[in-house]
Design a protein around this ligand. Sequence first.
Ligand code: NAD
Length: 501
Amino acid sequence: MTATLFINGQWVPAASGETRTITCPADGSEVGVVSEAGADDAVAAIAAARRAFDSRVWADVPAGERGDFLLKVADQLSQRKDEFARAEALDTGKRLVEAEIDMDDIIACFRHFAKLADADAGRIVDAGDPTVISKVVYEPVGVCGMITPWNFPLLQAAWKLAPALAAGNSLVLKPAELTPHTSILVMDVFDSLELPAGVANLVTGAGATAGAPLSSHPDVDLISFTGGLMTGKKIAAAASETVKKIALELGGKNPNVVFADADFDAAVDNALNAGFTDSGQVCSAGVRLIVEDSIKERFVNELVRRAESITMGGPFDAHAETGPLISAEHRQKVHAYVQKGIEEGCTLRCGGHFGGEEHTAGSFYAPTVLDGAKRGMYVVTEESFGPVITVETFTTEEEAIAIANDTVYGLAGAVWTSDSGIAHRVSSRLRHGTVWVNDYHPYLPQAEWGGFKQSGIGRELGLAGFDEYREAKHIYENTKPSVTGWFRMPSDIPAAELPQT
Ligand code: NAD
């Protein structure tokens, strides 16, 4: 019997008995069969999380011990790194080496929030009156719903799980339906470390059925979502009915701005890295190359030359430099997107087709460069979430900034220059949550991650990523109660005005 839902400390099948077969996007092979949760399973998981939270079984564990628990999770993940990385690589099709890097980041995330668990219990506030004790304390928010995408399945979950548990919350996780295995494995780690039943729950299944109750159910206090903009809007609308706390990490249309004075080889190399790592299925992918007019031809020629030599392959192919897209349907969408760019007037410089003969069983798509892109085009405003770089040009610094900020998104961007003045001015004025100068993609668990504008609400990681999972409470204690004198005392009121008792 397939029982991959983790509800109230038990592994259970979907109430309907339904299952889903997970396949590897690199070759279509079967990876495993998981339970397909429905809305009733999600509601059962929410009820378990609610009971666990209301019993205070985790919230009242001393914060330092919650931190110790997260350290043990990190240790277990280190010991089981190969098993986790393999599972992630098979579900997503990404190269094993990339899944291993994800695992290192996941472990670092748990260690980061372990440190924060008891680092800041609150503060005393000067009430200006020695008889008053006024303090601000932090409490867990309550039951947290977590909905995650398929591109970095456990990494995106870890950014939510670790701070939520550090702060003493209970939770229900709903991973993307195509990539559930590492979420199942992490619940196994929590279980083996004897996290009290009901504190962490898992439902594997589709968004509209297993995910939707997390954003609408009144017993969920916070919904944290990472995924696409349209889904994020639906979730925010549903969550607003019960005024939940909302944390959204949505998409990006991220500018990679290259000035003529940049280190040419490093900028070209990182432009490839920015746009084609993980086949562009990265929310912060640098897919809008905005290059200074004077070096544009040389830059794009070199970019295309290198893009054409990128080797595609499955997770365990030692020669592969990039993997497949998540599914055949997604590849079809990416291909239609590229066609639209050509119809809009872009020049296809490379790619624009499926992977070669040797890749027919997988959903591979060749690294693609669309030259001659202009502001306002569909391919410049909409995400493809595939290996597609568009090229725009600029002549002045002001123009570069204006182009880079001309998007409804604001997740990430980069500027390449050897002039520290340009670096400072441009990085200060980019309206994006992360800005790299002469680099692309690194992030740190100690630093906040999140989006300006329609790239999201709130922050993950850093200090703010912990605060998302805490409520601040002000406790004002009068140690010497006295009569306020605000309303007249009975002794001051004429007898005729006093009600007769
Ligand atoms: P998606 O929005 O289709 O799905 C994300 C998750 O939402 C999945 O678990 C899905 O099952 C669930 N879902 C779908 N409909 C739902 C509904 N009505 N109610 C509740 N849950 C629902 O996104 P995706 O295709 O899995 O991921 C790609 C998107 O995620 C891209 O737009 C990308 O930019 C974004 N993303 C953002 C970040 C970030 O940090 N900002 C990170 C990774 C991915």
